[in-house]
Design a protein around this ligand. Structure first.
Ligand SMILES: NC(=O)c1ccc[n+]([C@@H]2O[C@H](COP(=O)([O-])OP(=O)(O)OC[C@H]3O[C@@H](n4cnc5c(N)ncnc54)[C@H](O)[C@@H]3O)[C@@H](O)[C@H]2O)c1
Length: 334
């Protein structure tokens, strides 16, 4: 099977080299079709997201994406957002799970956050600034809210999850967050087997930090989901451990939650676990459950033993050496 691969900027090439080697060890018949996007593509083809890249992703149906740089407060529109909107990848699934020794604070976090991925504050509509006054538009639709909330409840149902927390700010953002909340409560009625609760986003942030074990599945709008998923990453030891997937209309693209980490790029310091766990989501999605289990066992062993970990989680290994140790563990389990 063929997977489109965007290696990405910054730490992207380092972590995607490790992640693809791990996948090839688990599924030797898997092939990667490297395609370009972002600054590299601009330099080579004059565009950020070339037609060939979009066509290849469509043809494969599956993709692995490294992080891509986006200029802050100006410049071009985020390629990540453009890609999600092009394929209407409305569902951003971001699981966070404690691994042994990954965090000194909590060891019992197991949350899956569903973030609406194409609407809300990230719709990109109405961004105006004259230097004195700036505006941007948040767009929430019933259809958009319905499908992301349904994805969260369906996931809960299929994966034996007990509760869905609907996160909003409908007390202040009465139109947009109000429509999301109302729609979510209607969808929740279709799933009487799954408990649900509603929570205002600020209270949710506080409750997550105080007692993350109280959370199971979370569903929320784009901006809140982006912020809360970084918060959740902090609960389990940082961005080096937080995976993600973007799904919609038959396309499934996995990517880590983190960005290009320019401060450590090219230094063999990045933790590739987040992208490897994203690839584990790909294995689960294509029905490679045995391979996914082996990967999970190998990761748990490395995190339990602590000796092969990267610096961000208290170890001394580089990106490459962590990858090599993981592949050794996988081979021992195969
Ligand atoms: N999906 C994406 O492509 C994506 C997501 C977020 C940010 N970005 C882009 O990335 C660039 C940098 O953003 P930022 O600095 O705000 O966030 P970042 O996630 O790149 O980095 C934040 C901090 O976390 C650390 N970190 C991140 N990933 C790590 C890993 N795998 N192992 C160890 N440490 C890790 C970094 O060293 C840094 O200190 C920006 O251009 C931003 O737009 C892209």
């Amino acid at each position: 099977m063929k997977i489109a691969l965007i290696k990405g900027d910054g730490i992207g090439p380092e972590i995607s080299d490790v992640a693809t080697k791990v996948l090839q060890t688990l599924v030797p018949e898997m092939e990667f079709e490297e395609v370009e996007a972002g600054e590299k593509s601009l330099a080579k083809h004059g565009v950020f997201l070339p037609e060939q890249t979009l066509n290849k992703i469509k043809e494969c149906g599956f993709g692995i994406k490294g992080p891509l740089n986006t200029p802050i407060g100006g410049g071009f529109k985020s390629i990540n957002v453009t890609l999600r909107q092009h394929f209407d990848l409305y569902s951003n699934i971001r699981p966070v799970k404690s691994y042994p020794n990954s965090s000194t604070r909590f060891n019992d976090v197991n949350i899956v956050l569903f973030r609406e991925n194409v609407e809300g504050m990230y719709s990109g509509e109405g961004q105006i600034s004259d230097g004195e006054r700036a505006e941007s538009k948040s767009v929430v639709t019933r259809k958009g809210s319905e499908r992301i909330v349904r994805s969260a409840f369906e996931y809960a149902l299929k994966n034996g999850r007990q509760k869905v927390t609907i996160v909003h700010k409908a007390n202040i953002l009465k139109s947009t967050s109000g429509l999301f909340l109302k729609t979510a409560q209607e969808v929740a009625k279709e799933y009487p087997q799954i408990r649900h609760e509603t929570m205002i986003v600020d209270a949710c942030a506080m409750n997550l930090v105080r007692n993350p074990a109280n959370f199971d599945v979370i569903v929320t709008t784009n901006l809140f989901g982006d912020i809360l998923s970084d918060l959740c990453a902090g609960l389990i030891g940082g961005l080096g451990l937080a995976p993600g997937a973007n799904e919609g209309n038959g396309i499934f693209i996995v990517e880590a939650v983190h960005g290009t980490a320019p401060d450590i790029a090219g230094q063999n310091k990045a933790n590739p676990t987040a992208l490897i766990l994203s690839c584990k989501m790909l294995l689960d999605r294509i029905g490679k459950s045995k391979e996914s289990e082996i990967l999970e066992k190998a990761l748990v062993k490395l995190y339990t033993e602590k000796t092969e970990l990267t610096k961000d989680v208290g170890g001394t290994n580089g990106t490459k050496e962590f990858g090599e140790a993981l592949i050794r563990e996988i081979k021992a389990l195969q």
